[in-house]
Ligand binder design. Structure first.
Ligand SMILES: [Zn+2]
Ligand SMILES: [Zn+2]
Length: 319
Protein backbone atom coordinates (compact mmCIF):
# COMPACT_ATOMS: atom_id res chain seq x y z
CA UNK A 1 0.00 0.00 0.00
CA UNK A 2 2.78 2.41 0.84
CA UNK A 3 4.44 1.89 -2.46
CA UNK A 4 1.28 2.71 -4.42
CA UNK A 5 1.14 6.44 -3.63
CA UNK A 6 4.44 7.46 -5.19
CA UNK A 7 3.56 5.01 -7.99
CA UNK A 8 0.30 6.72 -8.88
CA UNK A 9 1.94 10.13 -8.56
CA UNK A 10 4.74 8.95 -10.83
CA UNK A 11 2.17 7.61 -13.30
CA UNK A 12 0.47 10.96 -13.35
CA UNK A 13 3.73 12.76 -14.09
CA UNK A 14 4.65 10.30 -16.79
CA UNK A 15 1.16 10.56 -18.25
CA UNK A 16 1.16 14.36 -18.28
CA UNK A 17 4.64 14.44 -19.80
CA UNK A 18 3.59 12.01 -22.49
CA UNK A 19 0.55 14.14 -23.37
CA UNK A 20 2.72 17.27 -23.46
CA UNK A 21 5.30 15.59 -25.68
CA UNK A 22 2.57 14.31 -27.97
CA UNK A 23 1.08 17.82 -28.21
CA UNK A 24 4.48 19.35 -29.00
CA UNK A 25 5.19 16.71 -31.64
CA UNK A 26 1.76 17.26 -33.18
CA UNK A 27 2.29 21.01 -33.25
CA UNK A 28 5.68 20.53 -34.89
CA UNK A 29 4.15 18.31 -37.54
CA UNK A 30 1.35 20.77 -38.27
CA UNK A 31 3.79 23.69 -38.46
CA UNK A 32 6.23 21.84 -40.69
CA UNK A 33 3.49 20.63 -42.99
CA UNK A 34 2.01 24.07 -43.42
CA UNK A 35 5.45 25.64 -43.88
CA UNK A 36 6.20 23.01 -46.47
CA UNK A 37 2.86 23.65 -48.16
CA UNK A 38 3.43 27.40 -48.24
CA UNK A 39 6.94 26.86 -49.60
CA UNK A 40 5.77 24.45 -52.30
CA UNK A 41 2.91 26.70 -53.15
CA UNK A 42 5.29 29.62 -53.47
CA UNK A 43 7.61 27.63 -55.68
CA UNK A 44 4.69 26.56 -57.87
CA UNK A 45 3.14 29.98 -58.25
CA UNK A 46 6.61 31.50 -58.57
CA UNK A 47 7.45 29.14 -61.41
CA UNK A 48 4.00 29.61 -62.99
CA UNK A 49 4.75 33.35 -62.85
CA UNK A 50 8.11 32.76 -64.52
CA UNK A 51 6.35 30.93 -67.33
CA UNK A 52 3.42 33.31 -67.59
CA UNK A 53 4.42 34.37 -71.11
CA UNK A 54 4.37 30.73 -72.24
CA UNK A 55 1.05 29.98 -70.52
CA UNK A 56 -0.55 33.16 -71.94
CA UNK A 57 0.63 32.36 -75.45
CA UNK A 58 -0.63 28.80 -75.08
CA UNK A 59 -4.04 29.99 -73.84
CA UNK A 60 -4.62 32.18 -76.90
CA UNK A 61 -3.67 29.22 -79.07
CA UNK A 62 -6.15 27.05 -77.16
CA UNK A 63 -9.00 29.39 -78.07
CA UNK A 64 -8.16 29.17 -81.79
CA UNK A 65 -7.43 25.42 -81.82
CA UNK A 66 -10.55 24.67 -79.76
CA UNK A 67 -12.71 26.41 -82.31
CA UNK A 68 -10.90 24.65 -85.19
CA UNK A 69 -11.52 21.31 -83.47
CA UNK A 70 -15.27 22.02 -83.25
CA UNK A 71 -15.23 23.05 -86.94
CA UNK A 72 -13.49 19.75 -87.83
CA UNK A 73 -16.28 17.76 -86.19
CA UNK A 74 -18.89 19.97 -87.92
CA UNK A 75 -17.19 19.11 -91.22
CA UNK A 76 -17.51 15.44 -90.32
CA UNK A 77 -21.30 15.92 -90.04
CA UNK A 78 -21.37 17.80 -93.37
CA UNK A 79 -19.42 14.91 -94.91
CA UNK A 80 -22.33 12.68 -93.94
CA UNK A 81 -20.67 10.86 -91.04
CA UNK A 82 -22.52 10.39 -87.76
CA UNK A 83 -21.15 11.95 -84.55
CA UNK A 84 -22.17 9.86 -81.53
CA UNK A 85 -20.17 11.66 -78.83
CA UNK A 86 -19.29 15.20 -79.85
CA UNK A 87 -17.23 15.93 -76.72
CA UNK A 88 -15.01 12.92 -77.30
CA UNK A 89 -14.61 13.68 -81.05
CA UNK A 90 -13.65 17.30 -80.33
CA UNK A 91 -11.23 16.17 -77.58
CA UNK A 92 -9.44 13.86 -80.04
CA UNK A 93 -9.12 16.57 -82.69
CA UNK A 94 -7.86 19.06 -80.10
CA UNK A 95 -5.37 16.57 -78.60
CA UNK A 96 -3.74 16.14 -82.04
CA UNK A 97 -3.58 19.88 -82.61
CA UNK A 98 -2.09 20.51 -79.15
CA UNK A 99 0.57 17.87 -79.69
CA UNK A 100 1.84 19.66 -82.74
CA UNK A 101 1.51 22.99 -80.90
CA UNK A 102 3.73 21.54 -78.13
CA UNK A 103 6.40 20.87 -80.77
CA UNK A 104 6.10 24.47 -81.99
CA UNK A 105 6.58 25.72 -78.43
CA UNK A 106 9.69 23.51 -78.03
CA UNK A 107 11.23 25.38 -80.94
CA UNK A 108 9.92 28.78 -79.95
CA UNK A 109 10.63 28.76 -76.18
CA UNK A 110 12.80 25.65 -75.69
CA UNK A 111 10.22 24.26 -73.28
CA UNK A 112 9.03 20.66 -72.94
CA UNK A 113 5.23 20.71 -72.79
CA UNK A 114 2.67 18.01 -72.32
CA UNK A 115 -1.05 18.67 -72.36
CA UNK A 116 -4.23 16.80 -71.58
CA UNK A 117 -7.68 17.94 -72.72
CA UNK A 118 -9.78 17.64 -69.56
CA UNK A 119 -13.18 18.70 -70.87
CA UNK A 120 -15.21 20.30 -73.64
CA UNK A 121 -18.33 21.81 -72.07
CA UNK A 122 -21.42 23.86 -72.75
CA UNK A 123 -21.76 27.03 -70.69
CA UNK A 124 -24.62 29.29 -69.66
CA UNK A 125 -24.11 31.08 -72.98
CA UNK A 126 -25.01 28.98 -76.04
CA UNK A 127 -22.57 31.02 -78.18
CA UNK A 128 -19.40 29.65 -76.55
CA UNK A 129 -17.93 26.27 -75.65
CA UNK A 130 -15.59 25.98 -72.66
CA UNK A 131 -12.29 24.09 -73.00
CA UNK A 132 -10.21 22.92 -70.02
CA UNK A 133 -6.66 21.70 -70.60
CA UNK A 134 -3.98 20.65 -68.13
CA UNK A 135 -0.60 21.97 -69.21
CA UNK A 136 2.66 20.64 -67.71
CA UNK A 137 6.02 22.07 -68.66
CA UNK A 138 9.74 21.81 -67.95
CA UNK A 139 12.26 24.47 -68.88
CA UNK A 140 15.83 24.76 -67.55
CA UNK A 141 15.03 22.18 -64.81
CA UNK A 142 12.11 24.25 -63.58
CA UNK A 143 8.63 22.73 -63.67
CA UNK A 144 5.22 24.26 -63.92
CA UNK A 145 1.70 22.94 -64.11
CA UNK A 146 -1.56 24.71 -64.72
CA UNK A 147 -5.14 24.06 -65.80
CA UNK A 148 -6.01 26.48 -68.60
CA UNK A 149 -9.64 27.39 -69.31
CA UNK A 150 -10.74 29.10 -72.48
CA UNK A 151 -14.03 29.81 -74.22
CA UNK A 152 -14.26 29.32 -77.97
CA UNK A 153 -17.08 30.93 -79.94
CA UNK A 154 -19.37 28.92 -82.20
CA UNK A 155 -20.53 32.04 -84.05
CA UNK A 156 -19.51 31.78 -87.68
CA UNK A 157 -19.59 27.97 -87.63
CA UNK A 158 -22.23 26.06 -89.58
CA UNK A 159 -25.33 24.66 -87.88
CA UNK A 160 -24.85 20.88 -87.92
CA UNK A 161 -28.34 19.94 -86.66
CA UNK A 162 -30.34 19.70 -89.92
CA UNK A 163 -27.81 17.37 -91.55
CA UNK A 164 -27.04 15.37 -88.40
CA UNK A 165 -30.78 14.90 -87.81
CA UNK A 166 -32.01 14.13 -91.33
CA UNK A 167 -28.74 12.74 -92.84
CA UNK A 168 -27.24 13.58 -96.25
CA UNK A 169 -29.25 10.72 -97.78
CA UNK A 170 -32.47 12.70 -97.19
CA UNK A 171 -31.59 15.04 -100.06
CA UNK A 172 -31.05 18.06 -97.80
CA UNK A 173 -28.53 20.53 -99.27
CA UNK A 174 -26.37 23.37 -98.03
CA UNK A 175 -25.44 26.26 -100.34
CA UNK A 176 -25.63 30.07 -100.54
CA UNK A 177 -25.26 30.13 -96.74
CA UNK A 178 -28.60 28.38 -96.38
CA UNK A 179 -29.93 24.94 -95.57
CA UNK A 180 -32.25 23.87 -98.38
CA UNK A 181 -34.55 21.18 -97.06
CA UNK A 182 -35.95 20.29 -100.54
CA UNK A 183 -38.25 17.32 -99.82
CA UNK A 184 -36.32 16.09 -96.75
CA UNK A 185 -38.40 17.79 -94.07
CA UNK A 186 -41.73 16.91 -95.71
CA UNK A 187 -40.67 13.28 -95.93
CA UNK A 188 -39.66 13.35 -92.24
CA UNK A 189 -43.03 14.89 -91.30
CA UNK A 190 -44.93 12.39 -93.44
CA UNK A 191 -43.09 9.56 -91.74
CA UNK A 192 -44.08 10.88 -88.30
CA UNK A 193 -47.68 11.76 -89.26
CA UNK A 194 -47.35 15.50 -88.60
CA UNK A 195 -49.98 17.88 -90.01
CA UNK A 196 -49.57 19.33 -93.51
CA UNK A 197 -46.09 18.04 -94.38
CA UNK A 198 -46.45 19.67 -97.81
CA UNK A 199 -46.15 23.09 -96.11
CA UNK A 200 -42.47 22.38 -95.50
CA UNK A 201 -41.60 21.47 -99.12
CA UNK A 202 -38.58 23.57 -100.21
CA UNK A 203 -38.29 25.13 -96.72
CA UNK A 204 -35.03 26.93 -95.96
CA UNK A 205 -33.05 27.94 -92.87
CA UNK A 206 -29.88 29.92 -92.13
CA UNK A 207 -26.66 27.86 -92.22
CA UNK A 208 -24.03 29.99 -90.46
CA UNK A 209 -24.56 30.74 -86.80
CA UNK A 210 -25.05 34.46 -86.21
CA UNK A 211 -26.33 35.86 -82.95
CA UNK A 212 -29.47 37.98 -83.36
CA UNK A 213 -28.76 41.57 -82.24
CA UNK A 214 -32.46 42.40 -81.72
CA UNK A 215 -32.36 41.71 -78.00
CA UNK A 216 -34.76 41.63 -76.11
CA UNK A 217 -36.42 39.51 -78.74
CA UNK A 218 -39.81 41.13 -78.21
CA UNK A 219 -38.53 43.84 -80.60
CA UNK A 220 -39.06 41.48 -83.54
CA UNK A 221 -42.57 42.96 -83.67
CA UNK A 222 -41.13 46.44 -84.41
CA UNK A 223 -41.32 47.60 -88.04
CA UNK A 224 -38.71 45.98 -90.31
CA UNK A 225 -37.03 43.92 -87.57
CA UNK A 226 -38.41 40.48 -88.43
CA UNK A 227 -37.68 41.09 -92.14
CA UNK A 228 -34.05 41.93 -91.36
CA UNK A 229 -33.72 39.02 -88.93
CA UNK A 230 -34.95 36.58 -91.62
CA UNK A 231 -32.90 38.20 -94.42
CA UNK A 232 -29.67 37.91 -92.43
CA UNK A 233 -30.59 34.56 -90.90
CA UNK A 234 -30.05 35.12 -87.20
CA UNK A 235 -30.11 32.50 -84.43
CA UNK A 236 -31.72 33.13 -81.04
CA UNK A 237 -31.05 31.97 -77.49
CA UNK A 238 -33.56 29.41 -76.26
CA UNK A 239 -33.80 27.21 -73.20
CA UNK A 240 -35.78 24.71 -75.30
CA UNK A 241 -33.39 24.69 -78.28
CA UNK A 242 -30.36 22.41 -78.32
CA UNK A 243 -26.77 23.50 -77.71
CA UNK A 244 -24.01 23.26 -80.33
CA UNK A 245 -22.49 20.06 -78.90
CA UNK A 246 -25.86 18.28 -78.99
CA UNK A 247 -26.62 19.65 -82.46
CA UNK A 248 -23.52 17.82 -83.70
CA UNK A 249 -25.13 14.60 -82.43
CA UNK A 250 -28.42 15.37 -84.23
CA UNK A 251 -30.39 16.18 -81.08
CA UNK A 252 -33.18 18.72 -81.56
CA UNK A 253 -33.51 19.11 -77.79
CA UNK A 254 -31.13 18.81 -74.83
CA UNK A 255 -30.86 19.71 -71.16
CA UNK A 256 -28.32 22.52 -71.83
CA UNK A 257 -29.07 26.13 -72.63
CA UNK A 258 -29.16 26.34 -76.43
CA UNK A 259 -30.47 28.27 -79.40
CA UNK A 260 -33.25 28.11 -81.95
CA UNK A 261 -33.61 29.22 -85.55
CA UNK A 262 -36.69 29.71 -87.73
CA UNK A 263 -37.22 27.23 -90.53
CA UNK A 264 -38.83 29.35 -93.22
CA UNK A 265 -41.58 27.86 -95.33
CA UNK A 266 -42.41 29.14 -98.81
CA UNK A 267 -45.95 28.00 -99.48
CA UNK A 268 -49.33 29.38 -100.56
CA UNK A 269 -51.01 26.86 -98.22
CA UNK A 270 -52.51 28.21 -95.03
CA UNK A 271 -52.92 24.89 -93.25
CA UNK A 272 -51.96 24.40 -89.65
CA UNK A 273 -48.58 22.71 -89.44
CA UNK A 274 -45.56 22.39 -87.10
CA UNK A 275 -44.43 25.66 -85.54
CA UNK A 276 -41.25 26.65 -87.38
CA UNK A 277 -38.73 27.01 -84.54
CA UNK A 278 -36.23 24.21 -85.20
CA UNK A 279 -36.56 22.60 -81.75
CA UNK A 280 -40.33 22.31 -82.38
CA UNK A 281 -39.85 20.81 -85.85
CA UNK A 282 -37.17 18.35 -84.70
CA UNK A 283 -38.23 17.54 -81.13
CA UNK A 284 -41.23 19.21 -79.51
CA UNK A 285 -43.71 18.81 -82.40
CA UNK A 286 -46.56 21.24 -81.75
CA UNK A 287 -48.49 23.21 -84.33
CA UNK A 288 -48.62 26.87 -85.24
CA UNK A 289 -50.25 29.02 -87.90
CA UNK A 290 -48.90 31.50 -90.43
CA UNK A 291 -48.41 34.90 -88.83
CA UNK A 292 -49.46 36.47 -92.15
CA UNK A 293 -51.82 34.13 -94.05
CA UNK A 294 -51.36 36.06 -97.34
CA UNK A 295 -47.56 35.84 -97.38
CA UNK A 296 -45.97 32.77 -99.02
CA UNK A 297 -42.81 33.28 -96.93
CA UNK A 298 -44.60 33.86 -93.62
CA UNK A 299 -43.36 32.09 -90.52
CA UNK A 300 -45.60 29.40 -89.04
CA UNK A 301 -45.63 30.14 -85.30
CA UNK A 302 -47.41 29.02 -82.14
CA UNK A 303 -48.65 31.52 -79.58
CA UNK A 304 -45.78 31.20 -77.07
CA UNK A 305 -43.16 31.90 -79.76
CA UNK A 306 -45.29 34.81 -81.01
CA UNK A 307 -45.18 36.23 -77.48
CA UNK A 308 -41.42 35.67 -77.13
CA UNK A 309 -40.74 37.58 -80.36
CA UNK A 310 -43.45 40.23 -79.94
CA UNK A 311 -45.35 38.94 -82.97
CA UNK A 312 -48.74 38.37 -81.33
CA UNK A 313 -50.44 41.07 -83.41
CA UNK A 314 -48.24 40.53 -86.44
CA UNK A 315 -50.16 40.44 -89.74
CA UNK A 316 -53.27 41.86 -88.06
CA UNK A 317 -52.05 45.37 -88.89
CA UNK A 318 -52.77 44.71 -92.55
CA UNK A 319 -56.42 44.17 -91.78
ZN1 LIG B 1 -33.87 37.72 -84.64
ZN1 LIG C 1 -26.81 20.10 -75.25
Amino acid sequence: MKIRKPDSKGNMIVGTTAILIAAVVLMCIVTMTSLNYIQNHNIESQSNDNFKYIIDDYSSNLEVLGRESIADVTQKVYNGLPVRDSESDIKKKLTDKLESKNDDFKEKYDVDLSSEVLSVETTDSPWVILFKVRLDGVKDNERFSQVIERNASVEGLRDPLPIAKLTIASGIMAYDDKIHYKTALSAYMLLHNFDSPESYLEATAPMTIKKCPYDPYIHHGDPGVLEDCLDTGYFHESADGSCYLCRLEGKGKCPHYGFEVFIQTHTPLGNESLSCSDHVVFADHYNGQKINPDDWDSLILDSSHRKKYGLSDYGNETY
